[in-house]
Design a protein around this ligand. Sequence first.
Ligand SMILES: O=CCCC(=O)O
Length: 454
Amino acid sequence: MSIRSVSPLSEEVLESVEPMDGSAVEAALRQTAEASHAWAAMSLDERCRRLGRLGDRLRANRDEAAECITREMGKCLHEARAEIEKCAWLCDFYADNAHRFLSDEGISTEARKSYIAYQPLGTVLGIMPWNFPFWQVIRYATPALTAGNTVLLKHAPNVPACARMLEALFMEAGFGDGVFRNLFIETEQIRPVIEDSRVHAVTLTGSEKAGRIVAAQAGAALKKTVLELGGSDPFIVLDDADLGAAVEAAVKARFQANGQSCIAAKRFILQETVADRFLAAFSEQVEALSMGDPMDPQVTLGPMARRDLRDTLHEQVCDAIDKGARPLLGCELPEGRGWFYPASILDGVAPGMRVWEEEVFGPVVSVIRVRNDQEALAVANGSPYGLGGSVWTRELGRGEDLARRLASGGAYINTMTKSDPRMPFGGIKRSGYGRELGAFGLREFVNIKTVWMA
Ligand SMILES: O=CCCC(=O)O
């Protein structure tokens, strides 16, 4: 039984779900395919109205949804509430702007009439992770649905209650049977779904390993994919940075979702002339984080989502210390119940250490000291990942120059890396390809059709 939610706090099984058998999967595929005709034929106005209603339903159910998130994956309740509010914002954004992004676009040619039409592909399968169990789903599903596709969701096995609640909210908002449909299936059941002719495209947010497998399977079936994978985002602090602002953002950028975000700041690249001052102020704030029950409003660091993830994190930390990194804070496995890992800082991180080469998915900061901008850029771009990155400096031209040269899908100056419904989101290199959010996200799963009238 691999579809199981286990409390990261108590380590008790919250729920086990029997995976769907072949005939249940077939019924879901059939229902989604049947629903796609009426859904695609519905006017965009009507689809947008339902999207607006989904935003309202999310707001009305914010606290219940947030508790569901916190219970299943352990992020602090106030962060889970913010996640739901951001989902509602995304619904509003597409409800208000989809017309602009999906209207026919006239192109001037020698034709009597020539234009681009954006039409749905059919059904989009989403394979989604547990770290933002509502946001990641809303982020792929709402643009796909707004464009007239139907959607299947294979959610992470540790968040089944979140998956069920999402499906219920879509139904309440009027999306209708089969328009948004959960598939409670195990990993080995995904391939035939990808290959099924009633599935037209696949989007995955998850690990690099999962991305490679899904991309290969979808590629063999000639299906389009969007992949949003891991990251090892740099957080570059230059010698003229506003250290107060940088420190405050750094704490949130590394420790939100208990350090389990693809766009968390993972490598702190500090210009050596300010490194000690930054670290003194930063360590003080990191030490003040309060670890405990994520439902408790006073708590700012909850447990990690799974034991195996905590084990991997600690192995990465031990490897770094063995190879010469200096533990400034934390770095020790706590005893007792719950998959807690203390807020940790490793100074002197260097090539050859796992924390340098790999994604570090938990509350651990890697510090790398550099002499100048050039060196900062070389270290930042030395990663196999390329999701986001931020640069801190009072000289905006200097910051923008560095930001533009970051090998990443997003670059932020004097603010942390964050996703925003209005701006495209995605990565390059081993962080994946394709974009979510904004106009680009809405047009990922459409047939960009040329219409030419001679
Ligand atoms: O884990 C990925 C990033 C989630 C977000 O969009 O903030």
